[in-house]
Design a protein around this ligand. Sequence first.
Ligand SMILES: Cc1cc2nc3c(=O)[nH]c(=O)nc-3n(C[C@H](O)[C@H](O)[C@H](O)COP(=O)(O)O)c2cc1C
Length: 322
Amino acid sequence: MILTETPVVTAGLEAAVRAPSPHNSQPWLFELGPDVIDVVLDEDRVLEVCDPDRREARLSCGAAVLNLELAIAVAGRSCDVELLPRKDRPELLARVVIGSRHRATAAEQRLAASIRARYSNRRPFASTPVPAGFRHAVRQAAREEGAKLILLDEVGLLEAVAGLIRRADHVQMLDEGFQAELRAWTKENGSRDGVPAYAGGPRPSCGLLPVRHYGMSEQSREFERDPVVAVLTTPTDGPLAQIRAGRAMQRALLTATSLGLSASFYSQPMEIPSAHAVLRSLLGDNENPQAVFRLGYGFPGSTTPRRPVDAVIRTRPGEDPR
Ligand SMILES: Cc1cc2nc3c(=O)[nH]c(=O)nc-3n(C[C@H](O)[C@H](O)[C@H](O)COP(=O)(O)O)c2cc1C
């Protein structure tokens, strides 16, 4: 491979693969050329039951693109990013062209430092309220990427969305295909993809939200009674909006991490079309929901593994690999 040895590219790719993805499926490939990294959706890793439309895969790749950019900035280079650069290759989601020297801003450094620190924390959060300034910062992060982060603090809205999440979760519990896919991605400790046993959360003994059950036998625990639930939305929908939503999701998650907050996802209503339609209407029908997650003060957990960079790179079509 031509460029993998260069520290900037290596730093970028190592950051990119730390992006979150549903069931830790890591649905990305990176095609390398001189000063170019193409981010490609890996069709072989799409979750056909949970994510037949590839929304979650595109969100994950969008998050990977933001990580890539931040790491390149901190490694001292600028970059230009073009989303969906080729109509004839819809799986090519982004082209990142590495440019001239760049001095990373304080914000870039702060967010890049959070890439390795971020992880999904599915355990109960402390009841300490999330300060208004922190809520504002996380909302602002999503806005910077053209998305909206709706924190469900309107009376009745949290309860309505939580009820929807519980119903969608119940539907998925009864769905053989969903359960088989979930089991296939629930892995032994030591696997480089999938969700390892230690990353699952306990079932809630009380609280508003169900945790996606990764087959752990841990005893149920009490969750926070007043969770901070965020719905990320975009003004339009479709592949471009979903890649942008992934960037917004990641900027919001990294901002949260940098403020000492934890997060975990509740995608059940995103994965059942009728529930997605209800979620959309609960938000007033003008917004397109892209992701749902909870924010709060978590007790320390640990990060999950990723496949090594060598397993996710290939040479750009038409480039000489030597
Ligand atoms: C679009 C998307 C949807 C996800 N949905 C869920 C979910 O519904 N429940 C859950 O527990 N985790 C969910 N996750 C979190 C992934 O399982 C997690 O990112 C992956 O296992 C890697 O772990 P990490 O986030 O700790 O790095 C989702 C992640 C993404 C990007």
